[in-house]
Ligand binder design. Structure first.
Ligand code: FES
Length: 189
């Protein structure tokens, strides 16, 4: 058994109201991801303990995973690293590699995870307000779309009218041919 001085890295995996839910993070098999995270070993063959946590209060970063440094990593200056938007398998693989190499304090963060570093104090990014110019542009675009629809509808009507006319003419021509045949029969009688 490991002494505290030799403790491995640990993972805290958020599974609250948003992390781990397909409602908030669709297209991910969250339980499979949790199971995969639970199989991560460090270079000494120790399986990294994984704790399932309740909401960590940065739901906009779902799925959130916190990597605690090993005892050696902490002694070397490593601190817990909060990672957000851990959704792809590739990110879990990068996390696995990083922990295998030592994790916080002992190994550099893999490039794949760089854009995912967050913190417990991260603030939800504000939605960019639309400028008047952008709104006008959108309205023009919508109006352009309507014009396009109107033009398409007009051309459909025109086509239907032409088809109806052609059908009428064909029926009339057939009737005329029938009348002509009738006249022929009368003349021949
Ligand atoms: S559910 Fe994970 S941060 Fe809220």
């Amino acid at each position: 058994m490991s002494s505290t001085g030799d403790a491995p890295c640990r993972l805290t995996v958020c599974r609250g109201c948003c992390c781990g839910t397909t409602k908030k993070v669709p297209g991910v098999d969250h339980e499979a991801q949790f199971a995969r995270l639970s199989t991560i070993d460090d270079h000494t063959g120790r399986t990294v303990p994984v704790r399932r946590s309740k909401c960590l209060d940065i739901c906009f970063e779902a799925n959130v995973v916190v990597v605690q440094p090993s005892a050696k990593g902490r002694a070397a200056g490593g601190r817990p690293v909060w990672l957000g938007r851990i959704t792809d398998d590739d990110l879990v693989e990068a996390l696995d590699d990083w922990i295998f190499e030592g994790g916080p304090g002992l190994a550099p963060l893999p490039d794949a995870l760089r854009g995912h570093v967050t913190s417990k104090d991260a603030e939800k990014p504000k939605k960019a307000k639309k400028t008047k110019k952008a709104k006008k542009k959108e309205a023009e675009k919508a109006a352009g779309g309507k014009e396009k629809d109107d033009r398409a509808e007009k051309s459909r009507k025109k086509r239907r009218k032409a088809e109806k006319k052609a059908r009428k003419e064909a029926v009339e021509a057939e009737r005329e041919r029938e009348r002509e045949r009738e006249r022929e029969r009368i003349r021949a009688a």
